[in-house]
Design a protein around this ligand. Structure first.
Ligand code: 2AL
Length: 245
Protein backbone atom coordinates (compact mmCIF):
# COMPACT_ATOMS: atom_id res chain seq x y z
CA UNK A 1 0.00 0.00 0.00
CA UNK A 2 1.45 3.35 -1.03
CA UNK A 3 -0.69 5.71 0.97
CA UNK A 4 -2.78 5.13 4.04
CA UNK A 5 -5.49 7.40 5.41
CA UNK A 6 -6.25 7.26 9.13
CA UNK A 7 -9.22 9.15 10.54
CA UNK A 8 -8.48 10.39 14.07
CA UNK A 9 -11.68 11.30 15.92
CA UNK A 10 -11.60 13.66 18.88
CA UNK A 11 -14.93 12.72 20.50
CA UNK A 12 -15.37 16.15 22.10
CA UNK A 13 -16.16 19.36 20.21
CA UNK A 14 -13.11 21.37 21.34
CA UNK A 15 -11.29 22.60 18.22
CA UNK A 16 -8.12 23.36 20.21
CA UNK A 17 -8.00 19.80 21.49
CA UNK A 18 -8.60 18.39 17.99
CA UNK A 19 -5.51 20.38 16.92
CA UNK A 20 -3.42 18.99 19.81
CA UNK A 21 -4.51 15.46 18.92
CA UNK A 22 -3.87 16.02 15.19
CA UNK A 23 -0.35 17.28 15.96
CA UNK A 24 0.45 14.20 18.05
CA UNK A 25 -1.07 11.85 15.46
CA UNK A 26 0.94 13.40 12.61
CA UNK A 27 4.10 13.25 14.72
CA UNK A 28 3.64 9.50 15.15
CA UNK A 29 2.45 8.66 11.64
CA UNK A 30 4.68 7.15 8.95
CA UNK A 31 5.66 9.28 5.95
CA UNK A 32 3.02 7.63 3.76
CA UNK A 33 0.17 8.07 6.24
CA UNK A 34 -2.33 10.91 5.95
CA UNK A 35 -4.10 11.89 9.18
CA UNK A 36 -7.62 13.30 8.93
CA UNK A 37 -8.46 14.78 12.34
CA UNK A 38 -12.15 15.37 13.01
CA UNK A 39 -14.60 16.02 15.83
CA UNK A 40 -18.38 15.54 16.06
CA UNK A 41 -20.75 18.12 14.58
CA UNK A 42 -22.57 18.28 17.92
CA UNK A 43 -21.83 17.14 21.42
CA UNK A 44 -19.90 18.09 24.55
CA UNK A 45 -16.76 20.31 24.66
CA UNK A 46 -14.99 17.87 26.99
CA UNK A 47 -15.65 14.38 28.29
CA UNK A 48 -15.41 14.10 32.05
CA UNK A 49 -18.02 11.56 33.11
CA UNK A 50 -20.50 8.91 32.09
CA UNK A 51 -23.10 11.43 30.87
CA UNK A 52 -20.55 13.20 28.63
CA UNK A 53 -19.43 9.83 27.27
CA UNK A 54 -22.98 8.82 26.35
CA UNK A 55 -23.43 12.01 24.31
CA UNK A 56 -19.97 11.80 22.72
CA UNK A 57 -20.59 8.23 21.58
CA UNK A 58 -23.18 9.34 19.02
CA UNK A 59 -20.75 11.91 17.63
CA UNK A 60 -18.08 9.20 17.31
CA UNK A 61 -20.48 6.95 15.38
CA UNK A 62 -21.45 9.80 13.05
CA UNK A 63 -17.77 10.42 12.26
CA UNK A 64 -17.00 6.71 11.78
CA UNK A 65 -19.83 6.57 9.24
CA UNK A 66 -18.46 9.63 7.36
CA UNK A 67 -14.93 8.26 7.47
CA UNK A 68 -16.02 4.94 6.05
CA UNK A 69 -17.95 6.73 3.29
CA UNK A 70 -14.75 8.69 2.46
CA UNK A 71 -12.81 5.43 2.23
CA UNK A 72 -10.36 5.91 5.11
CA UNK A 73 -8.27 2.83 5.93
CA UNK A 74 -8.76 2.95 9.70
CA UNK A 75 -9.97 5.01 12.63
CA UNK A 76 -8.68 6.16 16.03
CA UNK A 77 -11.03 7.14 18.87
CA UNK A 78 -8.99 9.79 20.67
CA UNK A 79 -10.60 10.04 24.10
CA UNK A 80 -9.29 8.01 27.02
CA UNK A 81 -12.68 6.46 27.78
CA UNK A 82 -12.66 4.87 24.30
CA UNK A 83 -16.33 5.98 23.95
CA UNK A 84 -18.37 3.89 21.55
CA UNK A 85 -15.47 1.57 20.65
CA UNK A 86 -17.42 -1.63 19.98
CA UNK A 87 -20.33 0.19 18.32
CA UNK A 88 -17.76 1.95 16.11
CA UNK A 89 -16.28 -1.42 15.15
CA UNK A 90 -19.72 -2.61 14.05
CA UNK A 91 -20.07 0.41 11.73
CA UNK A 92 -16.50 0.41 10.44
CA UNK A 93 -14.86 -1.72 7.82
CA UNK A 94 -11.24 -0.88 8.67
CA UNK A 95 -9.70 -1.27 12.12
CA UNK A 96 -10.83 1.01 14.97
CA UNK A 97 -8.46 1.52 17.89
CA UNK A 98 -9.15 3.51 21.07
CA UNK A 99 -6.38 5.49 22.72
CA UNK A 100 -6.85 3.86 26.14
CA UNK A 101 -6.58 0.32 24.82
CA UNK A 102 -3.65 1.30 22.56
CA UNK A 103 -1.71 2.96 25.37
CA UNK A 104 -2.34 0.09 27.81
CA UNK A 105 -1.32 -2.55 25.28
CA UNK A 106 1.87 -0.63 24.39
CA UNK A 107 2.69 -0.12 28.08
CA UNK A 108 2.60 -3.87 28.75
CA UNK A 109 5.07 -4.43 25.90
CA UNK A 110 7.72 -2.25 27.50
CA UNK A 111 6.94 -2.60 31.23
CA UNK A 112 5.39 -5.09 33.62
CA UNK A 113 3.29 -2.50 35.42
CA UNK A 114 1.99 0.91 34.41
CA UNK A 115 0.26 3.80 36.16
CA UNK A 116 -2.38 6.04 34.56
CA UNK A 117 -2.57 9.85 34.94
CA UNK A 118 -5.98 11.33 34.18
CA UNK A 119 -7.74 14.70 34.57
CA UNK A 120 -10.61 15.06 37.07
CA UNK A 121 -10.98 12.48 39.87
CA UNK A 122 -14.43 11.50 38.57
CA UNK A 123 -12.80 10.19 35.36
CA UNK A 124 -10.73 7.71 37.39
CA UNK A 125 -13.58 5.19 37.45
CA UNK A 126 -13.82 5.28 33.64
CA UNK A 127 -10.13 4.39 33.31
CA UNK A 128 -10.43 1.79 36.09
CA UNK A 129 -13.35 0.09 34.34
CA UNK A 130 -11.37 -0.04 31.09
CA UNK A 131 -8.34 -1.54 32.85
CA UNK A 132 -10.61 -4.34 34.09
CA UNK A 133 -12.52 -4.74 30.81
CA UNK A 134 -9.32 -5.01 28.78
CA UNK A 135 -7.81 -7.50 31.22
CA UNK A 136 -4.94 -5.29 32.42
CA UNK A 137 -5.81 -5.51 36.12
CA UNK A 138 -2.54 -7.25 36.99
CA UNK A 139 -0.53 -4.68 35.00
CA UNK A 140 -2.03 -1.49 36.38
CA UNK A 141 -0.09 -0.26 39.43
CA UNK A 142 -2.24 2.81 40.17
CA UNK A 143 -4.46 5.51 38.68
CA UNK A 144 -4.01 9.20 39.49
CA UNK A 145 -5.91 12.40 38.71
CA UNK A 146 -4.32 15.85 38.30
CA UNK A 147 -7.62 17.29 39.57
CA UNK A 148 -7.99 19.74 36.68
CA UNK A 149 -10.63 19.74 33.93
CA UNK A 150 -9.82 18.48 30.44
CA UNK A 151 -9.89 21.93 28.83
CA UNK A 152 -7.33 23.27 31.32
CA UNK A 153 -4.87 21.41 29.06
CA UNK A 154 -5.82 23.84 26.27
CA UNK A 155 -5.86 27.16 28.21
CA UNK A 156 -2.31 28.08 27.23
CA UNK A 157 -1.12 28.60 30.83
CA UNK A 158 0.85 25.35 31.02
CA UNK A 159 -0.46 24.76 34.55
CA UNK A 160 -2.21 21.50 33.72
CA UNK A 161 0.88 20.27 31.87
CA UNK A 162 2.99 21.05 34.95
CA UNK A 163 0.55 19.05 37.10
CA UNK A 164 0.80 16.10 34.72
CA UNK A 165 4.59 16.25 35.00
CA UNK A 166 4.45 16.40 38.82
CA UNK A 167 2.00 13.48 38.96
CA UNK A 168 4.21 11.42 36.64
CA UNK A 169 7.19 12.00 38.94
CA UNK A 170 5.06 11.06 41.96
CA UNK A 171 3.80 7.88 40.26
CA UNK A 172 7.30 6.91 39.19
CA UNK A 173 8.55 7.20 42.80
CA UNK A 174 5.59 5.74 44.67
CA UNK A 175 3.92 3.14 42.43
CA UNK A 176 6.85 0.89 41.44
CA UNK A 177 5.61 1.11 37.87
CA UNK A 178 7.78 0.74 34.79
CA UNK A 179 5.71 2.97 32.51
CA UNK A 180 3.16 5.76 32.68
CA UNK A 181 0.05 6.01 30.50
CA UNK A 182 -1.27 9.52 29.84
CA UNK A 183 -5.03 9.34 30.39
CA UNK A 184 -6.37 12.13 28.19
CA UNK A 185 -6.16 12.96 24.48
CA UNK A 186 -5.20 16.51 25.45
CA UNK A 187 -1.99 15.22 27.07
CA UNK A 188 -0.79 13.62 23.83
CA UNK A 189 1.98 16.07 22.99
CA UNK A 190 3.63 15.68 26.42
CA UNK A 191 4.74 12.06 26.09
CA UNK A 192 8.06 12.44 24.31
CA UNK A 193 9.42 15.22 26.55
CA UNK A 194 8.35 13.39 29.72
CA UNK A 195 9.84 10.12 28.48
CA UNK A 196 13.18 11.87 28.00
CA UNK A 197 13.02 13.86 31.22
CA UNK A 198 11.87 11.04 33.52
CA UNK A 199 13.84 8.22 31.94
CA UNK A 200 10.90 5.80 31.72
CA UNK A 201 8.35 5.21 28.96
CA UNK A 202 5.51 7.76 29.13
CA UNK A 203 2.90 6.60 26.65
CA UNK A 204 0.45 8.72 24.71
CA UNK A 205 -2.49 6.73 23.36
CA UNK A 206 -2.92 8.89 20.25
CA UNK A 207 0.51 8.02 18.85
CA UNK A 208 0.14 4.43 20.07
CA UNK A 209 -3.25 4.03 18.36
CA UNK A 210 -1.99 5.55 15.08
CA UNK A 211 0.90 3.06 15.02
CA UNK A 212 -1.46 0.17 15.82
CA UNK A 213 -3.86 1.11 13.03
CA UNK A 214 -0.90 1.46 10.64
CA UNK A 215 0.27 -2.03 11.64
CA UNK A 216 -3.17 -3.62 11.26
CA UNK A 217 -3.76 -2.00 7.87
CA UNK A 218 -0.25 -2.97 6.67
CA UNK A 219 -0.98 -6.56 7.67
CA UNK A 220 -4.22 -6.47 5.68
CA UNK A 221 -6.35 -6.82 8.82
CA UNK A 222 -9.79 -5.20 8.95
CA UNK A 223 -12.50 -5.34 11.63
CA UNK A 224 -14.00 -8.83 11.76
CA UNK A 225 -17.48 -9.07 10.29
CA UNK A 226 -17.79 -12.60 11.56
CA UNK A 227 -19.98 -12.41 14.66
CA UNK A 228 -20.85 -9.51 16.94
CA UNK A 229 -18.83 -6.86 15.07
CA UNK A 230 -20.78 -7.46 11.88
CA UNK A 231 -22.49 -4.36 10.44
CA UNK A 232 -25.48 -3.25 12.55
CA UNK A 233 -28.80 -4.89 11.72
CA UNK A 234 -30.55 -2.62 9.22
CA UNK A 235 -33.42 -0.69 10.74
CA UNK A 236 -34.82 2.77 10.20
CA UNK A 237 -33.34 5.22 12.68
CA UNK A 238 -35.71 8.11 13.29
CA UNK A 239 -35.64 11.65 14.66
CA UNK A 240 -32.44 13.38 15.71
CA UNK A 241 -30.37 10.27 14.95
CA UNK A 242 -31.54 9.66 11.38
CA UNK A 243 -28.21 10.88 9.96
CA UNK A 244 -26.81 7.59 11.28
CA UNK A 245 -28.90 5.65 8.74
C1 2AL B 1 -10.79 12.77 28.15
C2 2AL B 1 -10.21 12.73 26.87
O1 2AL B 1 -9.28 12.01 26.51
N1 2AL B 1 -10.89 13.64 26.13
C3 2AL B 1 -11.84 14.21 26.90
O2 2AL B 1 -12.62 15.08 26.51
N2 2AL B 1 -11.78 13.64 28.13
N3 2AL B 1 -10.34 11.94 29.15
C4 2AL B 1 -10.21 12.27 30.46
N4 2AL B 1 -9.68 11.35 31.27
O3 2AL B 1 -10.54 13.36 30.91
Amino acid sequence: MEKMIIQVINPNTSGAMTETIAHAARGAAAAGTEIIAVSPSQGVPSIEGHFDEAIATLGVLEQIKYGREQGVNGHVIACFGDPGLLAARELAEGPVVGIAEAAMHMATLVATRFSVITTLPRTLIIARHLVQQYGFGHHCAALHAIDMPVLALEDGSGMAQEKVRARCIHAMREDHCGAIVLGCGGMATLAQTLTRELGLPVIDGVGAAVKMVESLVSLGLTTSKHGDLNYPIQKTITGAFQHLN
